[in-house]
Design a protein around this ligand. Sequence first.
Ligand SMILES: Cc1cc2nc3c(=O)[nH]c(=O)nc-3n(C[C@H](O)[C@H](O)[C@H](O)COP(=O)(O)OP(=O)(O)OC[C@H]3O[C@@H](n4cnc5c(N)ncnc54)[C@H](O)[C@@H]3O)c2cc1C
Length: 465
Amino acid sequence: MSSIPEATRPVAADPITADVTALQAAVRGAVHRPGDPGYPSVTFNVAVAQNPWAVVDVADAADVAAVIGFASAHGMTVAVHATGHGATVIGDATIMVRTAALDDCTVDPQTRTARVGAGVRWQTVIDAAAPHGLAPLCGSSPTVGVVGLLSGGGIGPLVRTVGMSADHVRSFTVVTGTGAVKQATPEINPELFWGLRGGKSTLGIITEVVIELPPIAEIYGGALYFDGADADAVLRGWRNWAQGLPREVSTSLALLRLPEMPDVPPMLAGRLSVAVRVAVVGDLAHGPDLIAPLRTLGTVLLDAVGVMPYAQVGAIHADPTSPMPAAECGTLLREFTDDAATELLRVAGPQSGSPLTIVELRLLGGALADRPAVPSAFCHRDAAYTLHTIGVLIPPIAEMVIAAGVQTVEALRPWAHGGEMPNFATTDDPAHIRRCYDEDTAAWLSALAEQHDPRGVLHVGQVVR
Ligand SMILES: Cc1cc2nc3c(=O)[nH]c(=O)nc-3n(C[C@H](O)[C@H](O)[C@H](O)COP(=O)(O)OP(=O)(O)OC[C@H]3O[C@@H](n4cnc5c(N)ncnc54)[C@H](O)[C@@H]3O)c2cc1C
């Protein structure tokens, strides 16, 4: 179980008597207090309560340092917000650093890199890189923030070919919990470079990142949407097909119960469907043969697989783009056997009555499982699949949604890996956060946090302490 929103929010231990004018004088960006039009931020998951003492639209790294200094002096914590796709509860003893104004995005086709500000979303980099035939390695949704995804490692629709997205980071600019502005590369402050890739905001607030852009102009990919009545055959057929896939192919499957909405194709709305997603990189001419067995697994409601520009990579998962109240659950699986498929169908298949909007399995392995050239705090590369559920918290099914997510994860417990991935465990619950790391990594992250954030100014949300 990951991010079931909490009913309660942190409250300042003592009344906060800080003077907002002192904070305004210390920063170039705008400061918003409760009641101001710029307060609070809209989060992607609107079920998450965020009531910071103030929101600061930081203009640069110096602003971040000033906010950290102010918070430290007044016994407050500092949380960072880019797009709200991974929002956790924020209370009134916290100042929110909002990074939207850090919107620089420069692509250098010579070095095949992009310099990206902390407020930039993936689609912006994708659009800037596309004319050069280069591919920023985003997750399933290009509306997610670049830095937020990389801070949790990041796995995307091409994961088996390219591995973890943060393995393609060249450098960070980061403001640590002491307010120090630092560069982090494999050679400069290597311990920060290690911990910022997987450790979320434990060690600092990133203001800029330089990422590599592999030359991938086109892929053979998309999604086949099957009638939910064929879920049994499609799930088992996909599982068999995916055994021993070459690393040039990445794939996932989702049981979808999509509502009638403008973005949802009519043939998929108000019913159970099964999406089988694929992305083939390299020799695209092999694509049709590779996925031919999938096309015969059941009644195809919509075939949206073909050669596509990488710039349309977001169409593979077609994730929701509008804010909603949601509950997410998930775990990593070490294997997905035929018995596991039977269990998944029992709790989420056509006869289950499941209220979950999305129940998704992503095949891992391939390049993700390789030993990385530069180590990082991202763990559990040996997991075989991610299992992730999303339900919409609308009365009267809200309680059912939470229970169904838990039930789905519990049903697959016999095949669980034991770990979670930071980006799919959006939570401030220490038990979930702990499962994202092996023992050594958690100990190192905690020790580095003591060094780079000795006063615990960043000790809020999804951090390892
Ligand atoms: C629809 C959807 C699809 C997704 N698909 C994928 C996927 O395919 N693969 C994947 O790996 N993840 C995926 N995620 C998870 C997503 O990568 C994380 O939730 C990520 O943290 C979102 O970052 P954000 O900046 O957009 O969101 P925010 O809510 O603004 O930030 C979330 C967290 O990211 C960290 N963070 C953000 N900015 C900074 C910063 N400047 N410095 C340090 N830390 C920072 C902080 O811990 C912050 O609390 C998905 C999430 C959603 C909602």
